[in-house]
Design a protein around this ligand. Structure first.
Ligand code: NAD
Length: 246
């Protein structure tokens, strides 16, 4: 039988890259999508069983082309990981409409567009979608009016899709990461935020990309065959405590 095929968006670095690597280790083939062509091609050049898709998840033409290309390459699509994301933090009166749109276009529109375009292919394989939200979508805190709202919407979109696509055998789940040291988080986590996370996370540390990838790949796999519509916080226990952030 052909190898299973996953599409991972935002796969040029960070959590997406770790997820692509773990799928490959588990014998899948992976279509790695990212709008940063230089970074993506550097990563895919070193890997086998990989298709590089230099595409933007917020562009409907790009997304449709990416699904067509992936299906033409692998003959199947078994899993979609909606991981591409951007973070911009700022107070409500400092979040202009351009910032709001930039965050929504990638974090929310991208998840909607990729899921919609992948659905006909996932119906054929009874495949799975894993969305990457954030603990900022579970709990409100300062500075995250756009980011937190985009991730809360992804959490609800997960439930909508799970409700509607279950009859086709498609499972849809969501991972809500706690803090992980990546380019995205290091650009927006001030020293105050870093200290606060360390103090308020029961495990007292940031997570690693690999720790996130393990849960994402599990949810995409047959091992999670009766899990759908779930939001899994991979956050060192943060969500269970109720302790606030600055
Ligand atoms: P990262 O910045 O290291 O990687 C994100 C990748 O997505 C980059 O390669 C970037 O080029 C790509 N990307 C961004 N917008 C895109 C678009 N429109 N089209 C295609 N590619 C695009 O970030 P990361 O920390 O690995 O984050 C991955 C996901 O995890 C994001 O959805 C993020 O919101 C979420 N997350 C991260 C953290 C954290 O602390 N790092 C915490 C919670 C949630």
């Amino acid at each position: 039988m052909d190898k299973k095929c996953a599409i991972v968006t935002g796969a040029a670095r960070g959590i997406g890259l770790a997820t692509a690597d773990l799928f490959l280790e588990n014998g899948w083939q992976v279509a790695m999508l990212d709008r940063d062509g230089d970074a993506l091609l550097k990563q895919t050049a070193q890997r086998e069983n990989v298709l590089a898709l230099v595409r933007d998840v917020s562009n409907p033409q790009d997304v449709n082309a990416a699904m067509r290309e992936t299906h033409g390459w692998a003959g199947r699509i078994d899993a979609l990981v909606n991981n591409a994301g951007v973070a911009e933090f700022g107070p409500i009166d400092g979040c202009d409409f351009e910032m709001w749109r930039r965050v929504m276009e990638t974090n929310l529109d991208g998840v909607f567009l990729c899921s919609q375009a992948a659905t006909p292919h996932l119906k054929e394989t009874q495949g799975a979608i894993v969305n990457i939200a954030s603990i900022s979508g579970l709990r409100a805190s300062t500075l995250r009016v756009a980011y937190g709202t985009s991730k809360a919407a992804v959490i609800h979109l997960t439930k909508q899709h799970a409700a509607e696509l279950g009859e086709h055998g498609i499972r849809v789940n969501c991972v809500a990461p706690g803090p992980v040291k990546t380019k995205l988080s290091m650009a927006v986590h001030s020293p105050e935020i870093i200290k606060s996370y360390h103090d308020s996370i029961p495990l007292n540390r940031y997570g690693s990309e690999r720790e996130l990838a393990e849960v994402i790949v599990f949810l995409a796999s047959e091992k999670a065959s009766y899990v759908s519509g779930q939001i899994v916080a991979v956050d060192g226990g943060f969500e269970s405590t109720g302790v606030g952030l600055p």
